[in-house]
Design a protein around this ligand. Structure first.
Ligand SMILES: Cc1cc2nc3c(=O)[nH]c(=O)nc-3n(C[C@H](O)[C@H](O)[C@H](O)COP(=O)(O)O)c2cc1C
Length: 185
């Protein structure tokens, strides 16, 4: 199975990369999924959407290369995990922009989150659920929530509550596996 891990923070000095690297390590240790990690800072999608609505584009036949490239990552994966901070009790603009560039590619895709912030991004995940519903993503509620992100990693870069978050990651991967296998049968 394939898992797309999306690093969503594009902020200067972000913690998001460290969180993504940790999660990718957990998925690799788990061994059930082959990981494709897309960093929205590197993908650098335009904030000006094309005139043609993504919802009217069939078979990912976009007129522009950036959307074709982004769609390929989503099309080839079995499931998606967004590594997502909470900003002002919501999700960051970067994730909404990345979602809005596509449409049909999200339909039926199993999705979960590694949320982080002061708490584990509960408002960000909760409010993103509306977007997920209308793009027909298939959310699993098992997710990772890392609180006090500024103190979550020690001076050696190790996650302080490793056992607990590794358990959360495994539980989430169990749920995603279940969804992916159910769709294949
Ligand atoms: C604009 C902004 C708003 C924030 N609002 C919240 C918030 O509502 N809830 C929360 O838990 N953390 C909040 N934080 C703290 C972030 O979750 C924390 O800084 C985190 O490291 C941000 O992720 P990043 O470093 O990968 O960008 C906010 C941070 C920023 C920059």
């Amino acid at each position: 199975m394939k898992l797309l891990v999306v690093t969503t923070s594009v902020r200067e000095g972000r913690s998001g990369k460290k969180v993504s690297d940790w999660f990718v390590g957990e998925v690799e240790k788990d061994g059930r999924f082959e990981v494709d990690n897309v960093d929205l800072k590197e993908l650098n999608l335009s904030y000006e959407l094309p005139e043609k609505l993504a919802g009217s584009v069939q078979n990912s036949e976009y007129d522009n290369e950036e959307d074709v490239k982004w769609a390929k990552h989503v099309n080839k994966t079995d499931a998606v995990v967004f590594v997502m901070p909470e900003y002002n009790h919501g999700y960051p603009a970067s994730i909404k922009n990345a979602v809005d560039h596509l449409y049909h590619e999200w339909n039926g895709k199993p999705v979960s989150f590694v949320g982080y912030g002061s708490a584990g991004a509960p408002y960000a995940i909760g409010s993103f659920a509306d977007v997920a519903y209308w793009t027909k993503m298939d959310i699993v509620n098992a997710h990772v929530g890392i609180s006090e992100i500024w103190a979550a990693f020690d001076e050696d870069g190790k996650l302080r509550h490793q056992d607990y978050h590794a358990y959360e990651a495994k539980t989430m991967l169990d749920s995603l596996t279940h969804k992916v296998e159910a769709k294949k049968n």
